[in-house]
Design a protein around this ligand. Structure first.
Ligand SMILES: NC(=O)N[C@@H](CC(=O)O)C(=O)O
Ligand SMILES: [Zn+2]
Length: 438
């Protein structure tokens, strides 16, 4: 009997980058067999010899801009970018227009993501109404909606009022959801556009001090401790944040943190050209911070990589540095950058890549069907990486509506070739498959 049409055979993969080559058979939504020379039996065969098989990536920090700024990204275009980047789940931040501070918006985001069907788009709910930091949003209602909101964040803004943050943390632990903080003391960043240091001083750019981030990280660690809650730090950018994470963990505080690919690769020397493509919040820091972030990620002090994929219209990035919007694309380049900054220098092996791109984010946010071991009987959320393929980034060719990549013309050595979402191929040979999986 022929296998059902939904069967896929991945031929000759390296599980977590380790030999010998093996086949992986996927039937329906599940991994049905792992072993040498499996019988295709009518399954679609993907010739994946020598490619590295990892669990599908999970991005805790994505801006998909729908609703409100569909001229820069939509759930459909962002889902395509995510699938091409090897992601099987992303968390869409709440700073949309309208803000995702109600179940109407969070349910819409979830439903639209399911309609597109390329990646699970989990809505992030706002912590406060309108991201204004004054009044808690209806977290329980959003958590109970169809979108089942698991993570709340005012990202783009810091919840700077310590009493509001404390209440949000207390509330979150009874709901079993995660609070993610954009750590930025706003009274220290008025007018700030670049990392406060010698480069910004020389270029005449207003500086964003490390203490703006670190003071909130320290404060929120203490608030989480007192509330008996968990807190997650978005886009950690300084060496001091890594030290504070170590301290807080040592105290038994439930605190986790992510780092972005751009903070692992770029430093503020990029600002010499005044090109606003390099403007981002938090800003690109100094080489010593980059080194500390890499080491922190290798040691597990920083838990995971999150893209902070932030599409912006050309007119908002091509203007003067001080008025341009902060943010850069990240979904399609994340894996390549993690390999170049962490695997190539020997800071992480491929098991480590699985940990920081998939397993830890899934655990932190409580996804049960993602970041799972590659074993028979598990749901097939998988990513195949070719570690010997040189490719050069071109913003025009990325799937996002906006093209604001700071990695233009950079060449990388690894690329996602295939992504599988619950047994269905969403990316084949680096091209998005249609909804029917063809
Ligand atoms: N990171 C950014 O520079 N921008 C993000 C907001 C954010 O993540 O803080 C955006 O929404 O554009
Ligand atoms: Zn942010």
């Amino acid at each position: 009997m022929n296998a059902p049409a939904t069967s896929v055979l991945l031929r000759g993969v390296l599980l977590y980058g380790e030999g010998p080559e093996t086949d992986v058979l996927i039937t329906g939504e599940e991994i049905a067999g792992i072993g040498a020379d499996l019988d295709a039996d009518g399954a679609e065969v993907v010739d994946a010899r020598g490619q590295i098989l990892l669990p599908g990536f999970v991005d805790m920090h994505t801006h998909l801009r729908e609703p409100g700024r569909e001229d820069t990204e939509t759930i459909e275009s962002g889902s395509a970018a995510a699938a091409l980047g090897g992601y099987t789940a992303v968390f869409a931040m709440a700073n949309t227009d309208p803000v995702a501070d109600s179940v109407v918006v969070t349910d819409h985001v979830w439903r639209r993501g399911q309609e597109v069907g390329l990646v699970d788009v989990h809505p992030v709910g706002a912590i406060t109404v309108g991201l204004k930091g004054k009044q808690l949003a209806e977290m329980a209602t959003m958590a109970a909606g169809i979108g089942r909101v698991k993570m709340f964040s005012d990202d783009g803004h810091c919840v700077d009022d310590p009493l509001i943050m404390r209440r949000a943390l207390e509330y979150s632990s009874s709901l079993g959801v995660l609070i993610a903080q954009h750590a930025e003391e706003p009274r220290l960043t008025v007018g700030a556009v670049a990392h406060e240091g010698p480069t910004a001083a020389r270029l005449g750019l207003a500086g964003w001090p490390r203490a703006a981030e670190e003071s909130i990280v320290a404060r929120d660690a203490l608030l989480a401790r007192d509330a008996g809650a968990r807190v997650h730090i978005c886009h950690a950018s300084t060496a001091g944040t890594v030290e504070l994470m170590k301290w807080a963990r040592g105290q038994g505080i439930s605190i986790t943190a992510e780092v972005t690919p751009h903070h692992l690769l770029l430093d503020d020397s990029r600002l010499e050209t005044y090109d606003a493509i390099n403007k981002v919040n938090p800003p690109l820091r100094e080489k010593s911070d980059v080194d500390a972030l890499r080491k922190g990620l290798a040691d597990g002090v920083i838990d995971c990589v999150a893209t902070d994929h932030a599409p912006h219209a050309e007119q908002d990035k091509c203007c003067e540095f001080s008025i341009a919007r902060p943010g850069m694309l990240g979904l399609e380049t994340a894996l390549s950058i993690v390999v170049d900054t962490m695997v190539t220098p020997g800071l992480l092996d491929w098991r480590g890549v699985a940990r920081v791109m998939s397993e830890r984010p899934a655990e932190i946010v409580g996804l049960v069907d993602q970041g799972r071991p590659i074993e028979v009987g598990e749901i097939a959320n998988l990513t195949l990486v070719d570690a010997n393929s040189s490719w050069t980034v071109s913003g025009e060719k990325l799937a996002s509506v906006a093209h604001n990549t700071p990695f233009e013309d950079m060449t990388f050595s690894s690329k996602v070739t295939t992504t599988v979402l619950r047994g269905r191929i969403t990316v084949r040979d680096g091209v998005v498959a249609n909804r029917a999986g063809e």
